[in-house]
Structure formats: structure tokens, C-alpha cells
Design a protein around this ligand. Structure first.
Ligand code: GLC
Length: 748
């Protein structure tokens, strides 16, 4: 407890609070965002997620009353009490977020004697663990509060009643709802109340704990093993506002190259030139559009990063250029672990320059990953990031088009890295304990910046591990899922929550990574996956291959139908990416994002929106050929049959194996492209507008899809508006690029 508030002063937008035992700060960043900072560990923030000064000038006032002082912005106010108790209100005076004042009363606690007893059978007895962390905040939960976000956690959409941890983890077992952590740490969540809502971004990279009402229905808590109490209260009048405010703070995804939105085929086990050539041949033979093949670890020599195996690949540059003639780009995996091997340049150079993490006694820290004994580049050091980024020229020169960063939690095969391994935090030495959760983030940053320097193109980076703010540098996939129906189901809330947490460009391994897929599961998965921004079929060595042509004619035809659907919708996906760069709103969205007042969608796990215009209700149950669909308010049209539905209603719809139920909102103007086998096969193709009944307007974006010329104005922005009489008017909001040769209007 901090004791009594003895003194305070407001300097600009920062309020300094002197308590008897501690000094704390509240900084107003925008009308909606207040930072709460208690310097328990460092005097300054040292955020990895927030990179620039985000303070905007707003009017801030301070009032004093008998028991509290009140800091007010144009949108929110915070009442500040003794013992650093804070309560946040919206501008109408509705209490949104109150610090919890009562005793902690776990709903369930075990006596020590029982704990030993339960452990005897090997059970994990986590309720007996500490509820108190050195750094923490406990806040009131109201009966109807729902909780969303927190990145890539397992389980359902609404995190209320669940408990999670942030410690980037590579756990190869099938991901289950009870897993507390996966590969990513994104300490941001949204609390949607019966009246009002807010977000909390807890910017602390140490191992962190989130208990969303599991300990007690009346409060939730977040805390860490160390670091500062440094969190942002984020207000806003709607869920999109909160997401926008969070991504204002931590950044938004950059515009991707357009081809990256195409189809990607991958497998751990593609290991020779012949394999890649035959994959490309089969894509063409079976008429499955494809933009990328992924080269997993077997392209390397003995899993040494920045090498290419010369025995199995005669001439990688020739292979990559031949693939490119067919429109297929190469994406290569790069793991952080550098093999310990004399005369291996990456190892020798890293050692010579002191670029690897160290033990406390200053020797290079060695663990093991794919190449055996390996050392860890210290990506928190800017010189290491530059070094790594410059070496990417090896890949650029061979004709590689994108980089897939894996194992960057960092993973380790010889037990976990000890807490005290020394890593750098920019300009000061730090430890694994502090830098673990941002290791993937810093690796992605090195990759993005290096690739941009070398190519001038929009870098395509995929990562497994990341932290808040990584969306500025990288896309992500959800790691090693399994060919299980439960994992197909999980893909929906997982991607929705990643999107709410700023990571908009995400995807899952279609078909499942581990275990063997079935034809039915693969089909149902591609029906979900074709809506993921990252559209990749990937699976593990040792399991059945998952290329669609291995499963017979029916599978090929249905698989092709959904890959073609994606290619036809590419202008829409590209527009959604552009919107995301401006607003932070993700591509895949839970219905609750746009219909937050509709109770029916607060726990809806098996439907999602793609932008605002499309609603997807995929089949995620084995054997099902019908499903119940909930449509929120408004009028909706079946994408396939154009049948009209009234919203705020449940419908039982047909969904035979070749049908994924998709609905289009009335008034939609859906931009589409003619069929192509890869992005750019047709030079400046026509734009097709699919125009649905109802009034509406739509902003469409067009540029060269590759580089940064759009930053200098080389793009077009069209606004299409349909008036009550049904005719379409086009206004150019911006003109700076070659226009479409033709715009085809298809009225539904
Ligand atoms: C990890 C990755 C997986 C990859 C494998 C081999 O398990 O998550 O995608 O195929 O390593 O590199």
C-alpha cells in the first residue's frame, strides 16, 4: 500500500502523485488514453510496444474534493484516492473501472495437505499458487462484463472466468483450452460492460498473469513477476474506438504486398528442388491459384541459418526464378538459433562482435535447437538487429520474397533458458527474465527493417512469437496446431482475439500442423482459412501430406472453389488491410466488434465477420451438413444463392461439404477481381463491383501493391455510392495511379 496522498502536481498533461511510500504518475496521452505509471523497476517506461511520443495536446483539468482528486480529459476522468486507488469514469459520469478495495477471496482454495495428495497423481495444482505478484492491479468486475483480446490464447472468445499467463511458450502438445500461454504476449484486453467499455494495455514484458474472474467473480487482476506497474486505461465510445486507440498507441500493420494475400503452400519436409518444382507443376495441373511456396528448415545445410543445401538444391537462384515465372514466390524460414560451429560465418561473426546472449559470467550462452548446440542473437541490441538485417541480403540475392521467423520465443531443446541469461535492452544490459517476451518482437523488427533497407519493398515477415506492437513489423501464425476439429473451432476465437489485440494479419496452419488431417477436415479448414489474411496450408514432417490433390477429385474441386473465392475477393482483402493501416480494425472480426449491444454475439465463437460486409458461419463440426446461424441486425443476403434474411434471428441453413455459409450485409458494394492463378497474372485487370440491394457506399483503394510509392501519393481511392434509386456514383477521393481499364457492375 502506498499510504496517504501527501502531495501532487500537474505539469502539462502529467500528474505527479506523491504518496507516503511511493511516487506515481498519471499521464494523459489523448482524450481517451491515460497512462498509469509506478516506477517500481525503472524511472522511465522503456516500452517495446510504443515507439514514439504519443501525447497529443488535450485539455486536462484537476479538481480536489474531500476524499479524492479528479483528473479530467474531454472524454474520461479518473478519481485518485489514498493508497493509489483509481476509479475511471466516462464523460457522463458512469463508473467504468474501479480499483478493487476488498479482501481477495478465492472462490476455491486448497489446504496444503490436499495439495500434496493431488500432486501424487501428477496433477498440476495451480489454484494453490500465489495470487499476489510483486507488481499488480486488481479491479472490480461487474456481473455482465465480458473480456476480449489478450492475443493468441486458447479457448473461447470471451475470456471472462479464465486465467492466462504471458510467457512466450513453444509447447508441442495439442493446444488445449486450459493452456495458460502460447507463443505470443499481448497484454491488452477489452472489458465490455452492460453500459460502457474500456481497454487496458499492461505494458510489462516480465512473466505476467491475468485472472479474469476465476479467482473471484467480483474482481479481476493483472500482475507480473517484476517491472513497473505501467498500464494504459483506454476509453472510447465503441469497441472499434478502443481497438483504434490501442493501435494508435502500439502501431498498426503496414500495407502488405498484395501477393502476400494470395494462397501459400507449405510443409515441413519439402526438402529438395524436385519437390518444389513438382509442387508448382501440381498447382498448375490442378488449377489451384498459388502465390507462395514456403521453404521450411530442410532447405538449409544442417539447419544453419543463412545457408542453402547444395546437395538437394542444385541452383536455388534458378529454382526461385523459375518458380517466379509461374507467379510463385519463395518464403524461407529463419530461426534465431545459430549453430555452434567453427568457421560458420554467422557463428564466427557473432562471436567476434559479441552479438550472442551471455551467461552472468560473460561466456556465450549455449542451448540447443534444430542444428544442435546453438547460440542466441541478442536482438535487443540495435547493432545485432542491423547485423542480422544486413545478412538478409543472402536471401534477397537468391530471389527470396518473404521471411518466416520461427522458434523465436525463443525455443530451446535443452531446458528453458535461465532467467539470468544476459540479453540487451537497447542501451543497457538486461536479462532473459525481462527480454524473453520481446525476443520475437525484436527479431521481427530486425527482419522488417533489414528487408526494407535491402529491397525497398514492403517486407513480408511472419512470426510465431511476438509482443504488443509487433504488428508494425510482422504478420503471425498461430503455431503448431493439430489436425483436430477442436483446433479448427479454436482458430476462430483465436484469430478474432489476435485481431482485437492489434495483430490483424494472422492465420492458422490450414489442415492442422500436427497429426493427420482428413479430407473433410481439410475442406472445412480451407473454408475458414480462405478468410484468414495469412492463407497457408502447412503441416509437420511425419504426418500425412496435405496438398489438396492427394485427396481425390471432390476435395480438389472444393478446395479450388475456396482458393478461387479468395482470389476473387482479393480487392476486398486489400481494402481491409488499407483500412487496418488507418484505423487498426482487423480483417477478421468477431461479431461483437460491430454489434456490441447485441447480447447474442458476446459469446459467439463459431461465426466471424470479414470487414463489415461479410459474415462467415463455417461448419466446424465433423459430419455436419447444416448449421445454426445467427445474423445480427439488418438485412443479409446469402452469398451463394442471394436469398434474403432478416437479422437478429437464428436460421438453420444448409451447408453440404462444398458450402461454407457466407452472408453479405444489405447495401454492400463488394470489390472483386477476375480469376487469376496468382496476383499480377493479369496486368491491371478490371474491377468488378458486386452490388447488393440497399443503400450504401464503399471506399476502394488501388496501388501497385509492392513498394512505398503510395506514401508519395501513387495510389487511387474511389468512393462508390449507391443512391436510393440504385444507381452508382463514383467519386475519386485521390488520383495518383493508373486507373482500372474497366469497372464492371454486377447487381445482385
Ligand atoms: C516449428 C514450427 C513449424 C515448423 C517446424 C520446423 O514447429 O512451428 O511451423 O514447420 O518448427 O521448422
Amino acid at each position: 500500500m502506498f499510504g496517504k496522498l501527501s502531495d501532487y502536481s500537474l505539469d502539462g498533461q502529467t500528474l505527479t502523485l506523491h504518496y507516503e511510500k511511493q511516487t506515481a504518475y498519471l499521464q494523459v496521452l489523448t482524450a481517451d488514453i491515460i497512462n498509469v505509471f509506478v516506477p517500481l523497476y525503472t524511472e522511465e517506461h522503456r516500452s517495446k510496444a510504443i515507439e514514439d511520443n504519443k501525447e497529443l495536446p488535450v485539455s486536462v483539468s484537476l479538481e480536489k474534493s474531500a476524499s479524492y482528486i479528479m483528473l479530467t480529459t474531454p472524454s474520461i476522468s479518473c478519481r485518485i484516492y489514498d493508497n493509489f486507488k483509481l476509479d475511471f469514469y466516462d464523460k457522463d459520469g458512469t463508473l467504468l473501472c474501479a480499483d478493487y478495495r476488498g479482501n481477495r477471496i478465492p472462490r476455491f482454495q486448497l489446504q496444503d495437505s490436499f495439495i500434496e495428495f493431488i500432486k501424487q497423481e501428477g496433477h498440476d495444482v495451480d489454484m494453490a499458487g500465489s495470487m499476489d505478484y510483486p507488481v499488480q492491479s486488481v479491479k472490480v468486475l461487474d456481473q455482465d462484463d465480458c473480456i476480449y483480446g489478450l492475443g493468441d490464447k486458447t479457448g473461447v472468445l470471451n475470456k471472462r472466468y479464465y486465467e492466462y499467463e504471458n510467457w512466450n511458450s513453444d509447447i508441442p502438445d495439442p493446444h488445449e483450452d486450459c493452456f495458460k500461454s502460447l507463443y505470443k504476449s499481448i497484454p491488452f484486453f477489452i472489458i465490455l460492460k452492460e453500459k460502457g467499455l474500456y481497454g487496458i494495455f499492461y505494458d510489462n514484458t516480465f512473466k505476467s498473469y491475468f485472472n479474469f474472474g476465476k479467482e473471484n467473480n467480483g474482481y479481476y487482476s493483472f500482475g507480473s513477476d517484476n517491472g513497473n506497474l505501467d498500464y494504459y486505461f483506454i476509453g472510447g465510445s465503441s469497441m472499434p474506438d478502443i481497438v483504434s486507440n490501442y493501435t494508435y498507441l502500439t502501431g498498426r500493420m503496414p500495407l502488405p504486398q498484395k501477393w502476400t494475400l494470395g494462397y501459400h503452400q507449405s510443409r515441413w519436409g519439402y526438402d529438395s528442388e524436385e519437390t518444389f518444382r513438382s509442387l508448382a507443376e501440381n498447382m498448375a495441373k490442378y488449377r489451384i491459384p498459388c502465390d507462395a511456396l514456403h521453404f521450411d528448415i530442410d532447405y538449409m545445410e544442417h539447419y544453419k541459418v543463412f545457408t542453402w543445401n547444395k546437395e538437394r538444391f542444385d541452383d536455388p537462384a534458378l529454382l526461385l526464378s523459375d518458380l517466379k515465372k509461374q507467379g510463385i514466390k519463395a518464403v524461407t524460414i529463419i530461426d534465431p538459433g545459430v549453430k555452434v560451429e567453427k568457421d560458420y560465418p554467422m557463428y564466427e561473426e557473432g562471436i567476434a562482435n559479441d552479438y550472442f546472449a551471455k551467461t552472468p559470467d560473460q561466456s556465450v550462452y549455449v542451448n540447443a535447437v534444430w542444428p544442435g548446440d546453438a547460440v542466441y542473437p541478442d536482438f535487443g541490441n540495435p547493432s545485432v538487429r542491423d547485423w542480422w538485417g544486413n545478412h538478409l541480403s543472402f536471401y534477397v540475392n537468391l530471389g527470396v520474397s518473404g521471411i518466416w521467423n520461427d522458434m523465436n520465443e525463443p525455443a530451446s531443446f535443452n531446458g528453458p533458458l535461465p532467467d539470468d541469461v544476459i540479453f540487451t535492452d537497447e542501451d543497457r544490459p538486461s536479462t532473459h527474465k525481462e527480454m524473453h517476451n520481446v525476443y520475437g518482437h525484436n527479431m521481427a523488427k530486425a527482419t522488417y527493417e533489414g528487408w526494407k533497407r535491402l529491397t525497398g519493398k514492403r517486407p513480408f515477415v511472419i512470426t510465431r512469437a511476438c509482443y504488443s506492437g509487433s504488428q508494425k513489423y510482422t504478420t503471425a501464425w498461430t503455431g503448431d496446431n493439430q489436425s483436430l476439429w477442436t483446433h479448427l473451432r479454436m482458430a476462430i476465437p483465436q484469430q478474432c482475439n489476435l485481431g482485437l489485440s492489434g495483430m490483424a494479419f494472422v492465420g492458422t496452419d490450414i489442415g492442422g500442423f500436427g497429426a493427420d488431417t482428413t479430407p473433410e477436415l481439410l475442406i472445412r479448414w480451407v473454408q475458414v482459412g480462405c478468410f484468414s489474411p495469412l492463407f497457408r496450408n502447412h503441416c509437420a514432417k511425419g504426418n500425412m501430406n496435405q496438398e489438396p490433390w492427394l485427396f481425390g477429385d471432390e476435395v480438389i474441386a472444393i478446395y479450388r472453389k475456396y482458393v478461387e473465392l479468395r482470389y476473387s475477393l482479393l480487392p476486398y482483402f486489400y481494402d481491409l488491410c488499407r483500412v487496418c493501416t488507418q484505423t487498426g480494425l482487423p480483417v477478421i472480426r468477431p461479431l461483437v466488434l460491430h454489434y456490441e449491444h447485441d447480447e447474442a454475439v458476446r459469446n459467439l465463437n463459431d461465426e466471424f465477420l470479414v470487414g463489415e460486409q461479410l459474415l462467415v458461419a463455417p461448419v466446424v463440426e465433423q459430419g455436419a451438413v447444416k448449421r445454426m446461424v445467427y445474423l445480427p441486425e439488418g438485412i443479409w443476403y446469402d452469398y451463394w444463392t442471394h436469398k434474403e434474411y432478416q437479422g437478429k434471428e437464428y436460421y438453420l441453413v444448409d451447408a453440404p461439404l462444398d458450402t461454407c455459409p457466407i452472408f453479405v450485409k444489405a447495401g454492400s458494394i463488394l470489390p472483386k477481381a477476375p480469376a487469376q492463378m496468382y496476383v499480377g497474372e493479369l496486368d491491371n485487370p478490371a474491377l468488378i463491383l458486386e452490388i447488393y440491394p440497399g443503400e450504401g457506399s464503399y471506399v476502394h483503394y488501388q496501388d501497385n501493391g509492392e513498394d512505398f510509392a503510395y506514401e508519395d501519393g501513387a495510389y487511387n481511392e474511389y468512393c462508390f455510392t449507391k443512391n436510393a434509386a440504385g444507381s452508382l456514383e463514383t467519386t475519386m477521393l485521390h488520383e495518383g495511379y493508373e486507373k482500372y481499364p474497366e469497372i464492371i457492375l454486377n447487381y445482385v
